[in-house]
Design a protein around this ligand. Structure first.
Ligand SMILES: *[C@@H]1O[C@H](CO)[C@@H](O)[C@H](O)[C@H]1NC(C)=O
Ligand SMILES: *[C@@H]1O[C@H](CO)[C@@H](O)[C@H](O)[C@H]1NC(C)=O
Ligand SMILES: *[C@@H]1O[C@H](CO)[C@@H](O)[C@H](O)[C@H]1NC(C)=O
Ligand SMILES: *[C@@H]1O[C@H](CO)[C@@H](O)[C@H](O)[C@H]1NC(C)=O
Ligand SMILES: *[C@@H]1O[C@H](CO)[C@@H](O)[C@H](O)[C@H]1NC(C)=O
Ligand SMILES: *[C@@H]1O[C@H](CO)[C@@H](O)[C@H](O)[C@H]1NC(C)=O
Ligand SMILES: *[C@@H]1O[C@H](CO)[C@@H](O)[C@H](O)[C@H]1NC(C)=O
Length: 920
């Protein structure tokens, strides 16, 4: 069973949730983004000679997987020059003696002119993909010429450039020229900024069909080869090289008499004959989505057709989106939901028709496409596909990432991805604050203005700006470009603090950078200021439907606002998470909010995203040290009555994170009682699982159950015991496995030593024929779940000390990692101290394991007691840590930081829990 989960939880994954599958289309990684940023800008071309159009003929040798071709490039001289630089991949062979060039007679435009210009030679610039043609004479600015270059190259089997693939027993030929692979296929100006028309022809076997960006114009018999024809295609509109593409195969045109299509453009689907009956729904979906996008942009794309090719096995992470010719893998195309196809189709307008000038603006293009896809999908299905998680999935992960001490330090590949996500959320902010209408018309104007052209980020913001000023949705002294630039200036987000003066009915708003992970010693934070829309709601006039800001906090540290409500009336800022920032209040305002939400009537008046935000902000701010835990925990109390899954989403992360920071078992036990108090009512209310139900119900049942089991909820323990016993009683337990694997953890945690031992034996006798992932799961649970020291001691003794042959070094890594996420680091540290000499000897030549052992044994304490223990070890074993010396030093610093947190917060948490538990 696949469980949908948020991106942020992947980072904070609970150790016992082992089989999570992430299948949220909205968080899919894009290969393009990191590739775009690794492109070498040294390879950019001078601007002295520019292309006006291309005419390309290709003669593939389909048997030998090679091709030859001839390109005629019409060029214009923007400055006097004696040479022409263009891109040509070193895979492409060019014989410079065959290069020809002639001038175009300016008066008659005679392209057949015999006014030849002698080519001296052509050569490559070392280590670059640039090919330079040297001419005998200097060509003057304003001259136009035709340059003819014959070339040949290879058809690849990896999906780059011109490639071949197969399905069933047939072969197809295709191109994938993104990002800059066009110059693998023909010499050209391979940058998105050069948008010119293409005329294309290609030789193909008679029995196959060739598709191109534009429709077929005519086919003629090949003059020499009997079995071949030459297809000539219509001239394309001006377009970038990366959107050029063709596809040659035996796939058939999908025809369905039930479907009547509109005239411009015709959408045609190409597929295997056998697949046709699966396609009706998909075809209708594509046509419907096309119309929705067209409606949003207010214009068709300027092509007469779009071919959508369904390839059984396309070896690519994402579809190939040539202009007018989309290549989808069958699985992607037939996947449920609307988002993916919407996202791909939007690139036909934004990307192909209107194009970022250079790849550093590709993230903006992507963000606009993602945002509009979400907007259109939300409108089409009312949010069913996102399961209520748009935009929270992205938003929460940004809150976590940007509030770290070192954002993006752990997964550097995600950096471009998070920047694009942030951009998407800024677009969402503008869609609300400028109004959907101004936003949409701004985008329509943008497309009209930049069609067939390229844009930079500022061009886009300016289109939104001028429309909003015109509509009056933005005050004259504001500017969209200025606003958004503060949101992109740092890899950070702001937090706004609201301090009300209840007698004067005023409030002070302060902004600062939002930091969650301690310590908050980020350099230059004083300088970080944002233009922040202040969206205000007040208890004496609740209205959540407007996205219009009360005012903009104009990159000032602090402002005052007047006319706040009476002292017994709360206010809410940034409701519905319209802009991506958390909000803190004074304790009194928090208290009024938490009291209000605990009443049925109150909850009804605050919409789900806002309820979720209040809860999420409160505990994260407390976690960061900016709010008292007493106020934050008060804010969680309404969850007991909450029945909306959107609001429940952040609850599990909260329990996980706070739970982990409560090191002492006594407080931990109280925390577990509190968890049961919050979760049990909803869980008990959810009926038994039925075969057809909403996804969210299944998700919430699974999650509440896991957390309840871990907190020691009696019905769960009993159920687990039973299931475990059935396993124990089977005649051949090595070949069985409890179906619902989440029952293992409660048993290993609370069950007897004997039951735990039974699990360990299963690992040791694990048959080779079974899936290794099941063994891993079992081993993780055996190490990560127990709290009793005897179990941990036994595990460490067998696996580490005795080096039992059933456990590999990888297993040891896994065990140590799992131990640290439980509460077993005391046992682990004791184990290390007691067996110091033996262990040090053992790992002499295994520095990795030694470092991991020391790191795991010392790095995870949170209190003074732990600090003292680690300190003692360091003193006793001074000079003996070898490669792990810096690791223990780092551990000690971290514990010190954590101890500060624990000393401040644990007593408050404990007192609050005592108070709660005494009153239930
Ligand atoms: C150029 O030559 C082609 C073929 O030789 C001919 O069809 C065409 O009319 C000529 N164009 C001009 C403008 O002379
Ligand atoms: C593939 O091969 C099988 C048998 O080898 C044949 O029946 C089938 O028609 C072939 N399919 C195609 C698409 O050629
Ligand atoms: C046309 O629609 C009818 C009713 O929805 C369906 O039964 C039939 O299979 C469809 N025909 C084709 C060719 O898809
Ligand atoms: C854009 O704004 C409109 C109107 O305020 C809203 O209905 C829509 O959901 C917003 N789009 C997104 C993707 O948030
Ligand atoms: C939390 O709620 C309790 C009970 O209503 C109250 O006594 C306490 O002051 C609240 N804490 C804060 C910080 O508001
Ligand atoms: C397993 O076997 C024991 C002893 O034979 C028995 O007492 C117990 O009820 C059995 N448990 C299950 C769930 O079958
Ligand atoms: C585990 O170790 C024992 C000996 O200690 C050996 O007989 C057995 O084959 C091992 N099992 C596996 C799965 O390696």
């Amino acid at each position: 069973m696949g469980i949908k989960w948020h991106a942020h939880c992947i980072l904070h994954l609970l150790f016992f949730i082992l089989n999570f599958q992430t299948n949220n289309a909205a968080v899919k990684r894009s290969i393009d983004m990191s590739a775009a940023y690794s492109l070498n800008t040294d390879d950019r071309l001078p601007k002295s000679v520019l292309p006006i159009s291309y005419e390309i003929h290709l003669e593939p040798n389909y048997e030998e997987c090679t091709f030859s071709g001839l390109i005629k490039i019409k060029l214009s001289w923007a400055a006097d020059s004696k040479k022409i630089s263009l891109h040509a991949h070193h895979d492409l062979n060019i014989n410079d003696r065959k290069i020809k060039m002639h001038k175009i007679n300016q008066k008659y435009g005679d392209e057949n002119s015999t006014d030849y210009v002698a080519v001296l030679r052509g050569s490559r610039i070392p280590k670059k993909n640039i090919y330079v043609v040297y001419l005998k004479e200097t060509i003057m600015q304003g001259t136009e010429c035709i340059l003819e270059i014959p070339f040949d190259g290879n058809i690849w089997s990896s999906a780059e450039g011109f490639f071949t693939g197969s399905y069933e027993n047939t072969t197809y030929f295709a191109t994938n020229l993104r990002l800059n692979n066009a110059h693998r296929l023909f010499p050209c100006f391979d940058e998105p900024g050069f948008k010119v028309p293409f005329i294309f022809s290609i030789t193909r076997p008679k029995e196959l069909v060739a598709l191109f960006n534009t429709p077929l114009n005519q086919s003629t018999e090949h003059p020499k080869l009997n079995e071949y024809v030459i297809d000539f295609f219509e001239k394309t509109p001006p377009m970038s090289t990366f959107t050029f593409g063709f596809f040659i195969s035996a796939l058939q045109l999908y025809k369905n008499t039930n479907i009547t299509t509109f005239s411009q453009p015709i959408i045609q689907m190409w597929t295997l004959k056998d697949d046709e009956n699966q396609l009706e729904e998909t075809y209708i979906k594509i046509v419907t989505i096309y119309n929705k996008i067209k409606h949003y942009f207010g214009t068709h794309i300027p092509l007469s057709k779009i071919d959508v090719v369904c390839i059984p096995d396309l070896p690519l992470a994402r579809p190939v989106d040539n202009w007018g010719l989309l290549l989808f893998g069958k699985r992607d195309l037939l996947r449920k939901g609307l988002y993916d196809i919407t996202h791909e189709l939007i690139y036909q307008w934004l990307g192909s028709w209107v194009t970022p000038n250079w790849w550093n603006d590709a993230h903006l293009n992507k963000a606009i496409a993602s945002f509009l896809a979400s907007d259109i999908v939300l409108e089409m299905d009312g949010g069913v596909e996102f399961n209520g998680k748009y935009p929270m999935t992205t938003l929460y992960s940004l809150y976590y990432e940007f509030s770290k001490r070192y954002p993006h330090s752990r997964i550097t590949g995600m950096k471009q991805e998070t920047i694009s996500h942030k951009t998407e959320l800024v677009l969402r902010m503008l869609n609300f604050t400028l109004s959907k209408k101004s936003f949409q018309i701004g985008i329509r104007n943008f497309i009209l203005e930049y069609q067939y052209k390229t844009f930079c980020g500022d061009d886009f913001w300016e289109s939104l700006n001028s429309q909003s000023l015109k509509d009056g949705t933005l005050k004259p002294h504001l500017n969209v470009g200025v606003i958004v630039n503060t949101w992109f200036a740092y890899h950070r987000l702001p937090v706004v603090k609201v301090l009300r003066d209840y007698t004067e009915k005023t409030a002070i708003l302060q902004q600062k950078v939002y930091l969650r992970e301690r310590p908050h010693d980020v350099p230059e934070q004083e300088k970080m200021l944002w233009w922040i829309p202040i969206l205000l709601n007040r208890q004496d006039g609740l209205n959540f439907s407007s996205g219009c800001p009360y005012l903009w906090m104009e990159n000032k540290k602090q402002i005052n606002i007047q006319n706040m409500p009476e002292k017994d009336q709360f206010i809410i800022i940034n409701y519905e998470e319209i802009a991506p920032f958390p909000v803190n209040y004074d304790n009194k305002n928090w208290k009024m909010l938490s009291d209000f939400l605990q009443t049925d009537n109150g909850r009804k008046q605050i919409p789900p995203y806002t309820r979720a935000k209040l809860l999420h902000d409160a505990w994260n701010l407390a976690f960061a040290g900016d709010l008292s835990f007493s106020a934050a925990l008060n804010m969680t109390l309404f969850i007991k009555y909450e029945r909306n899954h959107i609001v429940w989403n952040p609850v599990f992360t909260f329990i996980d994170q706070i739970g982990r920071h409560i090191d002492e078992s006594e407080v931990h036990a109280k925390f577990e009682s509190y968890v049961i108090f919050l979760l049990a009512p909803f869980y008990e209310e959810l009926d038994e699982e039925v075969s057809i139900e909403d996804n969210w119900k299944t998700d919430i049942r699974t999650l509440t159950k896991r957390f309840l089991c871990l907190a020691g909820y009696k019905p769960c323990i009993n159920e687990s015991e039973q299931i475990f016993e059935i396993w124990q009683n089977t005649t051949n337990p090595n070949h069985e496995y409890p179906e619902a694997s989440h029952y293992l953890c409660p048993i290993f945690k609370w069950g007897s030593l004997e039951k735990w031992q039974f699990g360990l034996e299963r690992v040791m006798q694990f048959p080779k024929s079974r899936k290794l992932s099941e063994r891993t799961h079992l081993l993780k649970a055996l190490a990560g779940c127990p709290t009793q020291p005897e179990k941990i001691e036994r595990l460490l003794k067998i696996t580490i000390l005795e080096d039992h042959s059933n456990f590999t070094d990888n297993d040891k890594f896994l065990i140590l990692t799992s131990l640290t996420s439980g509460s077993s680091h005391y046992s682990l540290l004791n184990f290390v101290s007691t067996n110091w000499m033996t262990l040090r000897q053992k790992f002499k030549n295994k520095t990795n394991l030694w470092d991991h052992l020391i790191g795991s044994a010392t790095g995870f304490f949170l209190t003074q007691k732990g600090y003292n223990m680690v300190y003692k070890l360091i003193e006793e074993r001074a000079g003996e840590f070898d490669s792990a010396q810096h690791i223990v030093e780092k551990s000690l610093r971290n514990i010190k930081e954590e101890t500060k947190w624990s000393e401040e917060n644990i007593p408050v948490i404990e007192k609050w829990l005592d108070h709660l538990l005494a009153n239930i």
